[in-house]
Design a protein around this ligand. Structure first.
Ligand code: NAD
Length: 493
């Protein structure tokens, strides 16, 4: 594996001031994959200063949206040209199966291409006349980039989460300092070379790898940052919000979830089982929007559990680079231990373990576990209410629609929710009653760059993706003009 011991600051690869490194581990083999540059506050400061200079005096915010769009399109192509290689790096760093990594990388390229398209339209959309009740005045509302953005991202979709922030921020004319997760920093670092090859001006995108406390915290506290965009856990999100409060930074937060999936008893059982599985086992269940709480109507409860058990036992577990693998290892030893502990906790709370929880017999190394189905999970239990962030689904029966909606909404989270029924009117009614930023009908998880993404309640603030994603990085300015030749007439008549 090549060396990743430099940071990408002001368009150049530079060693961290303190020359520190940390190790990233392949979760399938438990072996060190790479030594990675460990940024500290001095490096973060250099990166913010580069981004500040690029914003205040560089060409990027002054270019037309079409010019920025052309460069973003080239970044998208740069990802596509190296799709297989980048996907394999992602598998080694994160553990996910290769077809999923290829899908993520294709989506990341698509995200740059989508925001390239929006950047091209930004010039004409930037100024909108505002109707005023006094015809001596005229006014326009103008969209402008917010400035220097700091982005802090998690490990579950490393390159995709980078794209979700870098692409819209750059489309608007912002400059950025990106801090990837210390568990999966490699593909984000590759973005440095891809950006250079796409002719992105120096300082527009800076990439600092490092630990949360050493690199993330100084970034969130830096006075040179105008906007913080964070994706990660609720406790870290709360810390970021407190850091931002000090100097009133603009923030957007994409946080955790414990998303419900309501399955009515007129559903096709196989379709329900497959979407339940996709909702919680895809990406090892390390998905913020995973539908980890499933409410199944009593008429099909036991039959569905039986089918789910059969199909879950068939999932091929192994190294994500091997053909046919559908479930890779958990990302890190720490996360693995957390998920195993949660399974113990669920058993201790009296949930019925339908299947899973053990180490697959054929794998003696790596953070592997058999996917878990818990049934009869008590509504007040820890496993029903807290995010596990692993392949663990909790299921309970319900009788009435109103009861299911109440139970689904009874959560401090509100990222996503899903409902399945052959009755369209019921699906629409339930979708509107669910308190979540994303609702899927008759499916769970399909995500499109074009549609808004984000959570209610403790799942976050603001929306990413689609045209909504641009607003995270835009300020709105009014420019109001007095058009009359006559004096205003307040002091001088
Ligand atoms: P995390 O909060 O531990 O870490 C996220 C990032 O924050 C990492 O880059 C980390 O280095 C950094 N960080 C840690 N401490 C920090 C500090 N004090 N100051 C600044 N930065 C700091 O989360 P994680 O374990 O990487 O990711 C899992 C969580 O992310 C889950 O809760 C999941 O639901 C959430 N998530 C949400 C979405 C979404 O779109 N809503 C998407 C993916 C993941």
């Amino acid at each position: 594996m090549k060396s990743y011991d430099k940071l990408f600051i002001n368009g150049r690869w530079v060693a961290p001031v303190q020359n520190g490194t940390f190790e990233t581990i392949d979760p399938s083999t438990e072996k060190v994959l790479a030594k990675v540059a460990a940024a500290t506050s001095e490096d973060v400061d250099a990166a913010v200063r580069a981004a500040r200079e690029a914003f205040d005096n560089g060409p990027w915010p002054r270019m037309s949206g079409a010019e920025r769009g052309a460069i973003l399109r080239r970044i998208g192509k740069g990802i596509r040209d190296r799709l297989q290689e980048l996907a394999e790096i992602e598998v080694r760093d994160n553990g996910k199966p290769l077809p999923e990594a290829l899908w993520d990388l294709g989506d990341a390229a698509g995200c740059f291409e989508f925001y390239a398209g929006l950047a091209e339209t930004l010039d004409s959309a930037a100024e909108k006349p505002v109707a005023l009740p006094d015809d001596r005045f005229s006014s326009v509302a103008r969209k402008e980039p917010v400035g220097v953005a700091g982005a802090i991202i998690p490990w579950n979709f490393p390159m995709l989460m980078a794209a979700w922030k870098v692409a819209p921020a750059l489309a608007t004319g912002c400059t950025m300092v990106l801090k990837p997760s210390e568990l999966t920093p490699l593909t984000a670092l590759e973005l440095g070379d891809i950006a250079t090859a796409a002719d992105l001006p120096p300082g527009v995108l800076n990439i600092v790898t490092g630990l949360g406390k050493d690199a993330g915290a100084p970034l969130s506290e830096h006075p040179g940052i105008d906007k913080l965009a964070f994706t990660g856990s609720v406790p870290t999100g709360s810390r970021i919000m407190q850091a931002a409060a000090r100097d009133i930074k603009n923030i957007s937060l994409e946080l955790g979830g414990k998303s419900p999936f309501i399955v009515f008893d007129d559903s096709d059982i196989d379709a329900a089982v497959e979407w339940i599985m996709f909702g919680i086992f895809w990406n090892q269940g390390e998905v913020c929007s995973a539908t980890s709480r499933v409410l199944v109507q009593r008429g099909i409860y036991e039959r569905l559990l039986q089918r789910l058990e059969q199909e879950t036992r068939k999932i091929t577990i192994g190294n994500g680079l091997e053909d046919g693998v559908l479930l890779g290892p958990i990302v890190s030893q720490g996360q693995y231990e957390k998920v195993l502990e949660a399974v113990q906790r669920g058993r201790g709370e009296g949930a019925r373990l339908v299947t899973g929880g053990g180490r697959p017999a054929h794998l003696d190394k790596g953070y592997f576990m058999e996917p878990v189905v818990f049934a009869d999970v008590a509504a007040e239990s820890w496993v029903w209410n807290e995010e596990i962030f692993g392949p663990v689904v909790c299921i309970r029966p319900f009788d009435e629609e109103a009861e299911a909606v109440r139970s689904a909404n009874d959560s401090r989270f509100g990222l996503a929710a899903a409902v399945m029924s052959r009755d369209d009117a019921r699906c629409e009614r339930v979708a509107r009653a669910l308190r979540a930023g994303i609702v899927w009908i008759n499916c769970s998880q399909p995500t499109f760059t074009e549609a808004p993404w984000g959570g209610y309640k403790q799942s976050g603030i603001g929306r990413e993706l689609g045209e909504w994603g641009l607003n995270n990085y835009l300020e709105t300015k009014q420019i109001t003009r007095f058009n009359s030749d006559k004096p205003w007439g307040w002091y001088i008549r």
